[in-house]
Design a binder for this molecule. Structure first.
Ligand SMILES: Cc1cc2nc3c(=O)[nH]c(=O)nc-3n(C[C@H](O)[C@H](O)[C@H](O)COP(=O)(O)OP(=O)(O)OC[C@H]3O[C@@H](n4cnc5c(N)ncnc54)[C@H](O)[C@@H]3O)c2cc1C
Length: 383
């Protein structure tokens, strides 16, 4: 019998286990795959951490999560948070209404929240970041990217030291309340707990369908970037593209985002192409990584190009109303759920883990998560 069973051992499940461990709870983590399986979104090489959302609530939560990352880094003695900033760019011949671009709008949000940001016009941008050919640059200063493998390793070390049990390659067959507890029938036998957290990513609906008397199904949809490439510049140019000189960068109006080279850890500058659902899609000359490079990062034109493999080939968990799903499971007292991170969840993981732990053990959460409530999708509320 456990105080808490968590199903889904991606980064959200791992952080939930870590916060439960801190309060001395006995915890079991279950997963259908081996931990670190590249089909799970959480086990890539790098993930951006930034505050530059158009929605001020997401920007605020990202900044709160960043504080928890800094605590985690300090406590574990790691150095996985690369604070190179995140630069949003725009160019008038691509997106003529510069004041309406993601760069400009997210900058206004950062300023309204008094988060550190810096604005560059064409010449100032060229002087500070000669890697770019663009008309405006807006830098989210307390941002950058996370080097993922040491984070996974640090979490696992802490969980194993605290005797948190992790069962891999286990199939969950049925979940029900039995004799005042939550009983989970699995391919490895019955597991019982006072509380249950589901962090199954895109597998969450399958898990919900196995809960007796729970009718909830979530409008989750997989979607993935059209392209994810490493661009490997010639040795003479390499120093231009490491985090001391190049920030994380994005031109989200045209679906582009990128990470600098992490020396010895990643082969090149990572550039992805995807039009996220919360950003207006525009018809422009940029239709992929190569046309972006030609237009906005010409110094990379002679780079060698490789596909990014592994977790960067897996899918985002999009939600019909574009909001996270985080809260109690309707119909299962003692149950909580976190999913629907819309391709942007990793940076929030410690905050999500803390919140799921609070939902499982306490009545209140530090953050107001009412807008993320899963019951908004209950059949009785539909229409
Ligand atoms: C290409 C790509 C790029 C991204 N870039 C960024 C970024 O730059 N910055 C950022 O902040 N976020 C980014 N994200 C999002 C981030 O990676 C995810 O939001 C986050 O990793 C989700 O973690 P998770 O634990 O919810 O899900 P996952 O890591 O997918 O883990 C879910 C786990 O649940 C298990 N599971 C599912 N169903 C069952 C079942 N029935 N029984 C048992 N176990 C089950 C799975 O096996 C899996 O291990 C990106 C995502 C993708 C795909």
């Amino acid at each position: 019998m456990y105080d808490l069973v968590i199903i889904g051992a991606g980064v959200m499940g791992l952080f939930t286990a870590d916060f439960a461990r801190r309060r001395g709870a006995s915890v079991l983590l279950l997963d259908q795959w081996r931990l670190g399986d590249p089909r799970a979104a959480s086990f890539s090489l790098t993930r951006s951490i930034r505050n530059d959302y158009l929605d001020p609530e997401y920007a605020r939560l990202a900044f709160e999560a960043r504080k928890l990352w800094l605590d985690f880094q300090r406590e574990t003695g790691g150095s996985f948070l690369i604070e190179c900033g995140c630069l949003n760019i725009a160019k008038a011949n691509v997106t003529p209404a510069l004041s309406e671009t993601y760069a400009e709008q997210s900058y206004r949000v950062l300023e309204s929240l008094h988060l550190k940001a810096q604005a560059f016009d064409h010449d100032a941008l060229r002087a500070r970041f000669p890697q770019f050919d663009a008309d405006i640059g807006r830098l989210d200063i307390e941002a950058g990217f996370l080097h993922v493998p040491p984070i996974t390793a640090a979490l696992l070390t802490r969980l194993r030291t605290a005797a948190v049990r992790i069962e891999e390659k286990v199939e969950v067959q049925r979940i029900q309340r039995r004799q005042g507890l939550i009983a989970i029938d699995t391919s490895a036998g019955e597991r019982r707990a006072e509380r249950l957290v589901l962090t199954g990513g895109l597998g969450t609906n399958e898990l919900l369908a196995r809960i007796d008397e729970c009718e909830l199904q979530l409008p989750l949809r997989p979607d993935r970037p059209s392209e994810s490439k490493y661009l490997i510049p010639p040795p003479a140019k390499r120093a231009m593209f490491t985090p001391d000189r190049l920030p994380v960068f994005a031109y989200l109006d045209v679906g582009i985002y990128g990470h600098p080279i992490l020396d010895g850890k990643t082969p090149g500058v990572k550039i992805g192409y995807y039009n996220p659902p919360d950003v207006r899609t525009q018809v422009t000359s940029i239709t992929g990584v190569q046309s972006f490079v030609a237009e906005c990062m010409p110094e990379l034109m002679d780079a060698r190009v490789l596909d990014v493999e592994g977790a960067d080939q897996c899918s985002y968990d999009l939600v019909a109303d574009d909001n996270f799903i985080l809260g109690a499971i309707p119909g299962l007292p003692g149950g909580a759920i976190g999913t629907g991170w819309r391709g942007t969840g990793y940076k929030f993981a410690p905050l999500v883990g803390r919140t799921l732990m609070e939902l499982a053990f306490d009545t209140a959460t530090v953050e107001d998560i009412s807008r993320f409530a899963p019951e908004r999708f209950e059949p009785s509320r539909a229409g």
